[in-house]
Design a protein around this ligand. Structure first.
Ligand SMILES: Nc1ncnc2c1ncn2[C@@H]1O[C@H](COP(=O)(O)OP(=O)(O)OP(=O)(O)O)[C@@H](O)[C@H]1O
Length: 313
């Protein structure tokens, strides 16, 4: 059976970078008049006041592959996804895409709050190159999936954030995409709808749709991805098997925060069986995890006891 690693490259980032100017204090006229010295200093240092949200990122995704991007807040994941979607232009480098792309990006982007859900579905379709007639044919399935039948003729400003996500996902998923780009949004919906989305994603995956997903839901990343990548301060610092990349991500997170260390510890307590299996199957992952939890004596102690029990039994 062909695997995604045999497929042709349908998405490629080549040396992609994106720079944003940072707000310069003293730009406002009032500030300039009241604090001319500060304004002058700000103007002199303006060249340094910029941020490379994405720096020199290169990777390829093959047809039918599920590629996930993880990383701490602000590491550049959403910016990268917007670049892949063509919604923002790289400052340097290039993005190549082959196929019909459908995107599910930040909450509410692409929706007009003053018009109804129904009109928004049609408008989104037109923006993606569909005709009104095609969209009208797709509408019943989209509305049904979203579960918003009663609200579909209300203006979207009356929708909750969960309702935005429902409609956004339903549109993206029913556009028959060849490549689907999904940002964090799924975390917003309720658990039942989330599961329905993941089931739908699994279905698209079986149909050979190529996916790129940005997510903090590491369980979903592990469950679906063929490969994952870790972003750190704009750079893609690792690409590889999801479990290894997640292990590295957790290790880095644990280094930066005692709270995260604690959360990882609690998560592992709740799911010991799975962790034990992973420790057995993948020594490299186990090493990454052990490093992450090094400063967590209770967990360390349990691992040691477990290893001893296994050795003696
Ligand atoms: N339009 C913009 N103008 C200026 N700076 C921006 C803009 N968009 C993003 N940034 C900055 O670029 C950096 C990367 O942001 P990005 O949203 O891509 O990170 P992220 O990894 O998706 O974070 P999160 O997990 O919190 O969503 C951040 O420091 C952010 O403040």
């Amino acid at each position: 059976m062909p695997t995604p690693s045999d497929g042709e490259v349908v998405l490629a980032a080549r040396g992609v970078s994106r720079r944003y100017p940072l707000a310069v204090p003293g730009q406002a006229l009032k500030t300039t008049l009241l604090h001319p010295g500060q304004a002058l200093r700000a103007w002199r240092t303006r060249r340094r006041r910029e941020l490379w949200a994405v720096r020199d990122v290169s990777f390829e995704v093959r047809r039918g592959e599920f590629f996930s991007i993880v990383g701490a807040n602000g590491s550049g994941k959403s910016t990268l996804l917007r670049l892949l979607a063509g919604l923002s232009k790289p400052t340097r480098g290039s993005v190549e895409v082959r196929g019909r792309v459908s995107t599910l990006l930040e909450l509410g982007s692409g929706f007009h709050p003053q018009v109804s859900g129904r009109e928004n579905v049609i408008m989104n379709g037109l923006l993606m190159g569909r005709t009104r007639r095609e969209m009208e044919a797709l509408l019943p399935a989209i509305v049904e999936f979203s579960g918003l039948q009663e609200f579909i003729d209300q203006p979207m400003r009356t929708y909750s954030s969960g309702m935005y996500v429902r409609l956004g996902f339903a549109i993206a998923a029913f556009m028959d995409p060849e490549i689907l780009l999904v940002d964090e949004v799924l975390a917003v919906g309720d658990a039942k709808f989330q599961e329905k989305c993941y089931e739908h994603i699994a279905g698209l995956q079986r149909k050979g749709v190529t996916m790129v997903m940005v997510s903090h839901d590491l369980g979903a990343v592990e469950r679906f991805s063929d490969r994952a990548a870790l972003m750190e301060r704009g750079r893609m610092v690792a690409i590889g098997p999801p479990r290894k990349v997640i292990g590295l991500h957790l290790e880095r997170l644990a280094e930066t925060s005692p709270e995260i260390r604690q959360a990882i510890h609690e998560g592992m307590e709740a799911d010991e069986e799975r962790v034990r299996r992973m420790l057995e199957e993948d020594p490299e992952w186990a090493a990454a995890f052990a490093a992450a939890l090094e400063r967590n004596p209770a967990f360390h102690e349990r691992l040691r006891e477990q290893a001893e029990r296994e050795r003696s039994g």
